[in-house]
Design a binder for this molecule. Structure first.
Ligand code: NDP
Length: 397
C-alpha cells in the first residue's frame, strides 16, 4: 500500500520499525534513517528483513532531509527522532510533498518549554499543499487523545473532568535510569506542574501535588501532577472540559536521584566551559546514564496508562476509565525494547496505518483526537496494546 520513512533509530524507532515490518500489507516499502546509520543497520538486522533500507541523515538540516525524501519518495514520514527536529522535518515534508507524523511536540533546544503553537502554525501550509500532519501519536500524547475521543464519541454527551494517569510499575534494576531519551525526559519532569481548571492554566511547583492512585493489576502508587502536552489540545478540542490533569508515578529512589542531579547543576541546559570545551551538563549526563534501549532485558513488571473521565450521558453523571497495561518483558521479547518504547512505537505505526488506509488522511495539521478513534482503537487490540474499560467505578479523583 505505501512507502514509509522512519526517522530516528532509538528505542521508539526500533519498535516502530518492528511493527511496520509486521504489517507488510500496509507498509510495502520501508526505510529507517537516523544520525548514526549503523544503528539503523542494527535494527534491520534484528528484524531480519533485508528489504528494509537504511540511510544516514541529519534531521536538523532541511536540505539533507529534502534530498533523502526526493531519493526514497516516502508517502509519510514517522518522526521518532527528538522533539528538536519536528520543525525541520515538517519544513522538509512541505518542500518534498511528504505527509508527516510524530510522537512529541516541538521543543527548542535552549529552552525547556513545549507547546503546540509552533506546529499548529503550519496548518495552512499543510492544507494548501494537500498534505496531512498527525501530531503526538505515541501513547501519551497519542492513545490518551484517542481514548478521550472514543469516550466522547460513545460514552459521554459532555466530558467535564479528565485525568490522564500514567504508571510505570516496572523495575529495571538500575539505581537511576530514564525510560526514554534522558535529556528530553529530565527536561520534562523538572518543569513546573500545570493543569487546566475553569478556563485557566494553574501552575504548581515541580512535583508539588501528588496522591496515591490505584492502578489495575498493580495497586496503589504515588502519582505526581505534571504538565503534559496533550492537555493543551484536548481542552481546546473538548471545550466542555472543566478540569484536565496529568499524573505520573515516580518511585522515591528516582526522585531522590533527580533532586541531587538538579541540586548539583547536572540538569542545566545552558553551556558551561570545562577544560576549554563548551558542554551542556544535561547532555553530558545523558552520555553517562544507562541507555534506555539497554534496559529491556532485565525489566520486570508493567506499565498502566489510561484516562479517567467524569461527565454527563443522557442527563446523568457517569465515570469511565479506559486503560492499557503493557508488560516490559513481553515488549522486550517481541521487539528487544522495554515497555515505554513499545507503548510509544505501536501507536505511531497505527497512526501511519490509519493514514495509508485513508481513514486519517486530511490536509492540515491535526492532533489525534480530531480523527475517528474507532479504527485506531480496533488496531490497538490487534497490534499489542489491548485496552479495558471500567464504567461507573471510583475514579479516586
Ligand atoms: P532516543 O534518544 O532513544 O532516540 C532518538 C533517535 O533520534 C536516535 O536514534 C538519535 O540518533 C536520533 N536523532 C537525534 N537527533 C537527530 C538528528 N539531528 N538527526 C537524525 N537523527 C537524530 O529517543 P526515544 O526513542 O526514547 O524517543 C524518541 C521520541 O519519542 C522522542 O521525541 C520522545 O520525546 C518521544 N516519546 C514519546 C512518547 C509518547 O508517549 N508520546 C513517550 C516516549 C518518547 P543517535 O542514535 O545518533 O543519537
Amino acid at each position: 500500500m505505501g512507502r514509509v520513512l522512519i526517522i530516528g533509530a532509538g528505542g521508539v524507532g526500533t519498535v516502530v520499525a518492528h511493527k511496520v515490518a509486521q504489517n507488510p500489507d500496509v507498509f510495502t516499502d520501508i526505510m529507517i534513517a537516523s544520525r548514526t546509520k549503523s544503528k539503523c543497520d542494527a535494527v534491520v538486522k534484528a528484524i531480519g528483513n533485508p528489504n528494509i533500507k537504511t540511510a544516514q541523515v541529519d534531521a536538523d538540516n532541511v536540505d539533507e532531509l529534502v534530498a533523502l525524501f526526493n531519493d526514497f519518495k516516502p508517502e509519510i514520514v514517522i518522526n521518532v527522532a527528538l522533539p528538536y527536529q519536528d520543525l525541520t522535518i515538517m519544513e522538509a515534508c512541505l518542500k518534498a510533498g511528504v505527509n508527516y507524523l510524530d510522537t512529541a511536540n516541538y521543543e527548542p533546544k535552549d529552552e525547556a518549554h513545549f507547546e503546540y503553537s509552533w506546529q499548529w502554525a503550519y496548518k495552512q501550509r499543510f492544507e494548501e499543499a494537500g498534505l496531512t500532519a498527525i501530531l503526538g501519536c505515541g501513547f501519551d500524547p497519542g492513545v490518551s487523545g484517542v481514548y478521550t475521543a472514543y469516550a466522547a464519541k460513545h460514552h459521554f454527551d459532555e466530558i467535564h473532568y479528565l485525568d490522564i494517569v500514567d504508571c510505570n510499575a516496572g523495575n529495571h534494576h538500575k539505581a537511576f535510569a530514564t525510560n526514554f531519551n534522558p535529556e528530553i525526559n529530565i527536561r520534562e519532569i523538572t518543569q513546573n506542574g500545570r493543569y487546566y481548571e475553569n478556563g485557566q492554566w494553574i501552575t504548581t511547583q515541580p512535583m508539588e501535588i501528588h496522591k496515591d492512585l490505584t492502578y489495575p493489576n498493580i495497586g496503589p502508587r504515588d502519582s505526581y501532577l505534571l504538565f503534559h502536552e496533550e492537555l493543551e489540545s484536548l481542552v481546546k478540542n473538548y471545550p466542555t472540559i472543566k478540569r484536565a490533569r496529568f499524573w505520573m508515578t515516580f518511585g522515591q529512589e528516582y526522585l531522590t536521584h533527580l533532586r541531587v542531579i538538579q541540586n548539583i547543576g547536572m540538569a542545566r541546559i545552558d553551556e558551561v566551559e570545562y577544560n576549554g570545551v563548551k558542554i551542556v551538563p544535561l547532555q553530558f549526563l545523558k552520555a553517562v546514564l544507562p541507555n534506555p534501549q539497554d534496559l529491556g532485558e532485565n525489566y520486570e513488571g508493567e506499565t498502566s496508562i489510561g484516562c479517567r473521565i467524569r461527565g454527563i450521558k443522557d442527563g446523568k453523571e457517569r465515570t469511565y476509565y479506559v486503560y492499557n497495561n503493557c508488560s516490559h518483558q513481553a515488549a522486550y521479547k517481541e521487539t528487544g525494547m522495554q515497555g515505554v518504547s513499545y507503548t510509544t512505537g505501536v501507536p505511531a505505526m497505527i497512526g501511519a496505518m490509519m493514514y495509508f488506509k485513508g481513514l486519517w488522511k486530511r490536509p492540515g495539521v491535526w492532533n489525534v483526537e480530531e480523527f475517528d478513534p474507532d479504527p485506531f482503537m480496533e488496531q490497538l487490540n490487534k497490534q499489542g496494546l489491548p485496552w479495558h474499560e471500567v464504567f461507573d467505578g471510583d475514579l479516586e479523583l
